[in-house]
Each structure stands twice: as structure tokens, then as C-alpha cells.
Design a protein around this ligand. Structure first.
Ligand SMILES: [Zn+2]
Length: 447
């Protein structure tokens, strides 16, 4: 294209969420991506002539989407354990604490081996990108070098990612899988320092105490200081399972609640994302709101590990930032489409118990998977929808690809087509994935 400033222009249907609307389906819009990968303009198709003059592109260079195609924003997985991907789809027969002891900790120990880590991390980054996860907030393991490797692989593939080296200095379940308090602090420092030094454009570190049960008070305080010193994101788990909540009460008798444990150690900030929160009280949700901390709702995991059912309506009522997570491998699917479906299912199950509740609509779940996730990770100034000035993180969806799992019929309008994709589609329909304007799926031949 001979234009100056605009690298690509698309015309067709775009669907996204805005601050005021869970879903806006915009037919015959034109979107320009500039050479920095940002959205230069996003306007009605009738403005195309004036846009072409303003931005200096030739209208014959516009890429026209088919009637069965549309763009949606890239999906944001706010909670996924990259290290557990190797057993996703299996080991779903135990509740959380037994599951960690029997399956998870023994597998995570293997990541000391960098060849093992490279194979697993390459596969999880490829799979999540193919499924349309343009941004992932990853837990790795306690191993610094393998965690740095996950950062490099995400950068190589062009995925936007927060990478967490897991921190834990307490583990009565599998005593070999933990660090000494001082060593964990030093290794976290090294991890943060080395990852930042790489200057990856889209990959950043996130301070990652596994959860209160596996961290001493001293370690939690040190991690709070590291997050503050480097102004970093923080991620952990909270109130996932009733036994876990009880255990935390016993371990931290001076704290008034599970939330208070993280508050007291400087770990509940406006850059914190806590997974689950099924049993958070209204008081705790108020604290989340006051501090600007976020919740990652992981419905597949919550059902698979028989943990609980988050009342999303109540979280939203408290104006707490909320997104969706796959929580691989407690959640058996690495696809955010599954997270959308399970979020709606869970809300309907709650409605069966309480007729006063309103179920989540597919539109609301779509918002949580895109704009909501960007808010959770405090990235909503740069991703989450197609606002001008944001990075072009986007999925090109085509429901008429060979072998498509979705059938269309005369009269299926763009909104129906989107709803069918969200409920029935899969990675076969996600024909192109863009992160910061760069096409990352299909993968280059070298990958
Ligand atoms: Zn988790």
C-alpha cells in the first residue's frame, strides 16, 4: 500500500463492547491500522472517500470482509497456568487441595528441565493464540529460568502476556516443591529484573504468590515490596474453595478475612488480579472496589474442581473489575470461547437456585472476555475494543471456512452470526489473529 501512516484498512462488520454497551455490532465500518499497529480510524463505510484523502490510501487497497466474516477484539485470558497445560483435559476428579497435591505440584516440579518447559510452553502459547487469546496472564512455576523461557516464547509468537514466576515457601502437600523464603525473594527479583531487561514490547512480569496457603507472611510482605518498587502487576488466588478459605483463616489468625491477608501484605492494589473469589463476602468486595483490585472468573475450573459458583451479578454490583479466565488445567479448556459459555452456564445454574437472579447474557460474557479482561489487567487504555488509538488486537472470524462447526441460514443477521460463533464456533473459525497490528495467526512457516 502506498499510503503514509496507514498500514492496512479493513471494511465490513466489527463487533465489540464499549463502556456503555455490552455489544455493538457495526456493519459496513472501515478500520485503519497505522504502522505502529494502532487503530488510526474506525468509521462508517460511507466516510471512506474522505478517509482515503485524509490518510492517503487508495480505496482499491481496502480489504473487504465477506458477509459471513467479522472482526472482534482479541480475547484476554486473565488467569491461566501455562505449566499445567500438559495435563489439561484430564485429572478432574479431585477437589482443589487434593488436586494440587496429587496432580499439579508433581507436574510443576518437572519445569526445572528447560527442554520439558520449552515443549510445554511452546504448545500452550500456540494453542491459546489459535483459540484467539491475544493477551494471557500466565502462572508458570517456581523455576526462574523456565519462567523467563515462557516470556521469550510468548514474545517469539507475538502474544501479549504477563508472566508470573510462581512464589511459594510453604508446601506441606509436596514438600519438595517450594523455595526457601530468602531464595524465593531473590529469585523473584532476578526474574523481574531479567524479564524487564529483555525489553519485550508486549511481555511483562507479574508478581505471583501462588496463594496465601503456600506463602509465609514474610514472603508475602517481600513480594508486596517488589511489586511496589517495580510498579508491577500482582496475581494470585482467593476464596476458590471452602476448605481453602478455612485453611487460610487458621494460617493467618490475625487477618479479618482472606482479602485482609493480601491487603496487610501490600498485595491488593489497582494492578492486582485475583482468580475465583467464589466465597468473597460483600465486605471483601467493597475492599476490592476501593482498592481497584480485580477478579478473574474461571467458571470451567470452578465447576470441574467442584469449587463453587461465582455470583457475577454481585461482583458487578460492587463495581469490581471482572474478567474471565480459563484457569488451565483446573479448567479443562484453553479456549476463551469455552470460558464465555461456562460463565453463562454458571449464571444460569445460580438462577435455578435463586429465581430473583438474572442470568448473564452472551453479550455480557463477551464483554467480560474482551473489554472486561483488559480492565482487569489495567490495559484498557491500550486494548479491549476498537477505540481509536488502541492497539489493533483482533480476531478475524469466518463462519464459512471448510469444516466449520457452524451452519448459517438465510436471515442470519450479523448479530446472530456472532452469537452462533460464540456458542458453537472454534479455532477453525478464527482465521487470522492480530496483536498490536501484527498478524500472529496463521503462524509463520518457521514456527
Ligand atoms: Zn489458578
Amino acid at each position: 500500500m502506498s499510503s503514509v501512516g496507514v498500514a492496512r484498512v479493513y471494511r465490513g462488520t466489527f463487533a465489540h463492547s464499549t463502556r456503555d454497551s455490552a455489544l455493538r455490532v457495526l456493519t459496513d465500518f472501515v478500520l485503519g491500522v497505522n504502522e505502529q499497529g494502532k487503530i488510526a480510524f474506525f468509521e462508517e463505510g460511507q466516510n471512506v472517500e474522505s478517509l482515503s484523502h485524509q490518510w492517503g490510501f487508495d480505496t482499491s487497497d481496502i480489504e473487504q470482509l465477506g458477509s459471513h466474516e467479522f472482526f472482534i477484539p482479541g480475547m484476554v485470558d486473565t488467569h491461566i497456568h501455562a505449566s499445567q497445560y500438559i495435563f489439561s483435559g484430564t485429572h478432574l476428579d479431585l477437589p482443589l487441595l487434593d488436586w494440587l497435591k496429587t496432580y499439579t505440584f508433581p507436574v510443576e516440579l518437572c519445569y526445572e528441565d528447560l527442554d520439558f518447559a520449552k515443549d510445554a510452553y511452546t504448545k500452550v502459547v500456540r494453542r491459546t493464540l489459535s483459540n484467539g487469546t491475544t493477551t494471557a496472564c500466565y502462572f508458570a512455576t517456581i523455576h526462574t529460568d523456565a519462567s523467563l523461557l515462557l516470556g521469550r516464547i510468548a514474545d517469539d509468537f507475538g502474544q501479549r502476556a504477563l508472566i508470573g514466576k510462581v512464589c511459594m515457601d510453604r508446601n506441606s502437600m509436596v514438600p519438595d516443591y517450594k523455595e526457601l523464603t530468602e531464595g524465593c525473594k531473590d529469585e523473584t527479583d532476578r526474574f523481574v529484573h531479567e524479564l524487564l531487561k529483555k525489553k519485550y514490547a508486549l511481555v511483562k512480569p507479574v508478581v505471583t504468590p501462588r496463594f496465601a496457603i503456600s506463602c509465609s507472611s514474610s514472603l508475602l510482605s517481600n513480594l508486596g515490596k517488589i511489586a511496589k518498587n517495580y510498579d508491577l502487576h500482582i496475581q494470585s488466588h482467593i476464596s476458590e474453595n471452602k476448605h481453602e478459605v478455612q485453611f487460610v483463616k487458621e494460617l493467618f489468625p490475625d487477618c479479618t478475612s482472606y482479602t485482609d491477608v493480601y491487603v496487610k501484605h501490600g498485595l491488593l492494589t489497582d494492578k492486582t488480579v485475583m482468580a475465583h473469589g467464589c466465597y468473597l463476602t460483600d465486605e471483601e468486595l467493597k475492599i476490592f472496589h476501593e482498592r481497584g483490585a480485580a477478579v478473574s472468573h474461571c467458571p470451567n475450573s470452578n465447576i470441574s474442581l467442584i469449587s463453587g459458583m461465582l455470583n457475577v451479578r454481585n461482583v458487578l454490583k460492587h463495581k469490581v473489575k471482572l474478567g474471565l479466565g480459563t484457569d488451565v488445567a483446573g479448567g479443562y479448556s484453553s479456549s476463551m470461547l469455552d470460558a464465555i459459555r461456562r460463565a453463562v452456564d454458571t449464571s444460569k445454574a445460580l438462577c435455578m437456585q435463586d429465581a430473583q437472579l438474572q442470568p448473564l447474557s452472551y453479550k455480557e460474557a463477551f464483554r467480560l472476555a474482551t473489554l472486561g479482561g483488559s480492565e482487569v489487567l489495567s490495559l484498557d487504555d491500550c486494548i479491549g475494543n476498537f477505540a481509536v488509538g488502541k492497539d489493533f488486537d483482533a480476531l478475524r472470524v469466518n463462519l464459512c471456512v471448510p469444516g466449520s462447526p457452524v451452519d448459517l441460514f438465510p436471515g442470519d443477521d450479523p448479530e446472530v452470526i456472532l452469537e452462533k460463533f460464540l456458542n458453537l464456533g472454534d479455532d477453525r473459525n478464527i482465521v487470522e489473529v492480530y496483536v498490536a497490528g501484527k498478524q500472529v495467526v496463521p503462524f509463520p512457516d518457521s514456527y
